[in-house]
Design a protein around this ligand. Structure first.
Ligand SMILES: *Cc1c(COP(=O)(O)O)cnc(C)c1O
Length: 212
């Protein structure tokens, strides 16, 4: 018997996801921006997916951006906030030492472009300390990005509390929730999350799609 123990890296597709996808792959192929009937059918399916995802996380449908996966969602969130910051002379970002490479490599690229990044320690217990986060926020901080659940050691950060600090200080808060979606309750409003990354293949969906 084979037992697969690597679900934090990627998961097997569920039968439910396969059954939902196969008819779409077979029949719903038209461009959702086209005005003809097949195009409008694609749009209907797309908007239904957007509504269902939004309802799962307490967001509005028009806040959901589909991406190629978690990496692209992380990249898009961080780069967008950084560019927003640069226009306001806010080029400081706060993150943690143990983010996924999709976040760390994006931050390293921004550092080469003149941004400054503070990497919070996650200590022996794998947790960010709220007092250290609060102390790190500066007038030129444009973004805090802290992952929800860690992909290697599994520690779960106090996301709502981190979000509340960011909200109070008027700093955007992004969380890489790739390891949390489908496993932990998420409500982006109640947890003060401005931007959140997710990836289907981490919760029994297909590879190659995620959302911001
Ligand atoms: C897997 C993973 C990603 C990257 O997601 P992809 O969809 O594979 O690009 C980002 N962050 C975390 C925490 C992950 O576990």
């Amino acid at each position: 018997m084979n037992v697969y123990f690597d679900n934090a890296a990627t998961t097997k597709m569920s039968q439910v996801a396969l059954d939902a996808m196969i008819p779409c792959l077979e029949n719903v192929y038209a461009n959702a921006s086209s005005l003809h009937t097949p195009g409008q059918k694609s749009k209907e399916v797309l908007e239904k997916a957007r509504e269902e995802i939004a309802a799962c996380i307490g967001a509005q449908p028009n806040e959901i951006y589909f991406t190629s996966g978690g990496s692209e969602a992380d990249n898009q969130a961080i780069v967008s906030a950084a560019k927003w910051g640069a226009r306001r002379n806010k080029k400081h970002i706060i993150s943690t030492a143990f983010e996924h490479h999709a976040v760390l490599h994006t931050l390293q690229k921004l550092e080469k472009e003149g941004y400054e990044v503070t990497y919070l320690d996650v200590h022996e217990n794998g947790m960010v300390r709220l007092d250290e986060l609060e102390a790190a926020i500066r007038p030129d901080t444009c973004l805090v990005t802290v992952m929800y659940a860690n992909n290697e050691i599994g520690s779960i950060q106090p996301i709502a509390e981190i979000g509340a600090i960011c909200k109070e200080k008027s700093v955007y808060f992004h969380t890489d929730a790739v390891q949390a979606v489908g496993h932990l309750p998420i409500n982006v409003k109640e947890q003060n999350i401005d931007m959140m990354s997710a990836s289907a293949h981490k919760f029994h969906g297909p590879k190659g799609i995620g959302f911001l």
